[in-house]
Write a protein that binds this ligand. Structure first.
Ligand code: SDX
Length: 422
């Protein structure tokens, strides 16, 4: 087995640390005996150079701009498979056969209705509540209605719970939108496919026909697929952290929802549109590019940069293609797109962005597509939650099954006062 030797230059002591092979990407050094050998810890702010677990779900190559779900490239899945097939793939490790799909898809439809008591919680919220605040509260309340899931004993029951929470997320998200608009909450339509049903619950009224174009369903479906999983990102790391304490799955998922809300993470999609609206015209772009480059100015270009991708985010490439296809069919807001295109044109050639490998990420394009679908900004991150829930529950199941899994408990570099007495 390959290994690294570490030598303490002061004491001259050396020790070997095994290198563990990864199937794809960088191998890892097992440093579990570092403190025993040398009495030191590592310090890695943001843990960007530290592996927190072993996983078989997603692989990202940040330099190539590559993303694989269970080995399949995201571009192929977004184009050739629907989101429910991708849910099956991420949860079980394999794409479903036709028979498996029929059973799985029917089962998911039957799980769409949350307990009627969840709807009563919405009556307590003011119309002005942010959909993510309502989403977080409603999903947390699931633990009050499904208390037998508070101590899930078997993998099969955990899988059943996972399908349940993935199936209910669009209904809860739609409830948050309708409540914020003062509209009546709409029941899920069991005769509509997953992504069509979500658009239906956003748009339908108790009377009258609801128009949903095929291209809109295809677009919504691809968006859920593109947002489904992304290895150990901030919200997934949060989910695993809570899951590692043996807390119930809803507690872990709600923690993930709240971590995703941050504008440096999943909340960026809403911030991108706010930023494009604030810039207001192509003529103002240069001024804001200068602000983004000014280290004394906290302004950052929302939708640009990524902790892992130091190339184009492959999901952004799929979304950009989708957005340009939709431009005519759905009348995508061309003014915001013109501003976005100008930002992209400058940022992809400007030394500041090029030298820091700052490329458009998934959030740079999703906002203009959501706008074209008639979805308001405050619903962008709830849609990210719908897509990502399957990734969170798959990672929780994997953590449960991992015999090496431990409670997440990093150490620190203490720089506070030395011991002192009163
Ligand atoms: C998501 O991790 C995931 O997988 C997340 C995600 C997922 O699917 O789960 O992909 C989803 O969260 C996408 C990212 C969405 N966030 C944004 O678009 C917000 C804007 N982006 C930045 O906040 C930032 O790029 C991060 C948070 C995304 C990444 O930050 P890093 O890797 O910690 O980069 P950094 O802060 O170390 O910055 C390196 C340099 C700094 O300049 P210097 O100190 O070297 O002079 O790049 C600069 C930063 O100031 N920089 C930016 C910038 N992002 C980084 N400068 C201007 N605009 C930006 N957007």
């Amino acid at each position: 087995m390959a290994s690294f030797t570490l030598t303490d230059n002061q004491s001259g002591k050396s020790a070997e640390f095994p290198v563990l092979d990864s199937v794809l990407g960088s191998n890892v050094i097992d440093i579990s005996k570092l403190h025993k050998e040398f009495g030191v810890y590592t310090l890695d702010n943001g843990l960007s150079m530290t592996g927190s677990c072993e996983s078989k779900i997603t692989y990202i190559d940040g330099n190539k701009g590559e993303l694989l779900y269970r080995g399949y490239p995201i571009e192929e899945l977004a184009e050739k498979k629907n989101y429910v097939e991708v849910i099956h793939l991420i949860l079980t490790g394999e794409l479903p056969s036709q028979e498996e799909y029929t059973v799985f898809e029917r089962d998911m439809r039957q799980k769409r209705f949350p307990h009627e008591g969840i709807k009563k919680i919405f009556n307590a919220f003011p119309d002005s509540a942010h959909p993510m605040a309502m989403m977080s509260s409603a999903v947390s309340a699931l633990s009050a209605f499904h208390h037998r899931h508070l101590d899930v004993s078997s993998d099969e029951e955990y899988r059943e719970m996972s399908q349940r929470v993935v199936a209910k997320m669009p209904t809860i998200a739609a409830y948050t939108f309708r409540h914020s608009m003062g509209y009546p909450l709409i029941f899920p339509d069991m005769d509509r496919y997953f992504s069509e049903n979500f658009l239906y619950m956003l748009r339908a009224f108790p009377t009258g026909k609801t128009e949903i174009k095929d291209v809109e369903i295809k677009c919504m479906d691809a968006i859920f697929t593109l947002h489904a999983e992304h290895e150990q990102n901030a919200s997934t790391t949060t989910v695993r952290g809570v899951g590692s304490t043996s807390a119930h799955p809803y507690a872990a998922i709600v923690a993930g929802i709240n971590a995703l809300w941050g504008k440096a993470h999943g909340g960026a999609n809403e911030s991108v549109i706010s930023q494009l609206e604030m810039i207001g015209s192509v003529e103002n772009v240069d001024k804001y590019i200068a602000k983004a480059k000014d280290s004394n100015d906290e302004f950052r270009l929302m939708g640009f940069g990524h902790r892992v991708y130091k190339n184009f985010d492959p999901r952004a490439k799929v979304l950009k293609k989708l957005r340009d296809e939709l431009r005519d069919e759905l009348g995508v807001n061309s003014k915001l797109i013109e501003i976005a295109n100008r930002i992209e044109e400058i940022a992809l050639t400007d030394e500041y962005f090029v030298s820091r490998n700052l490329y458009p990420n998934i959030d740079f394009y999703s906002g203009t597509i959501f706008e074209a679908l008639g979805i308001k900004k405050s619903m962008f991150t709830p849609i990210f939650v719908i897509g990502r829930t399957v990734g969170w529950v798959a990672q929780l199941i994997e953590q449960r099954r991992d015999p090496k899994a431990k409670i997440v408990r990093p150490r620190q570099r203490y720089i506070g006062p030395g011991k002192r007495h009163l």
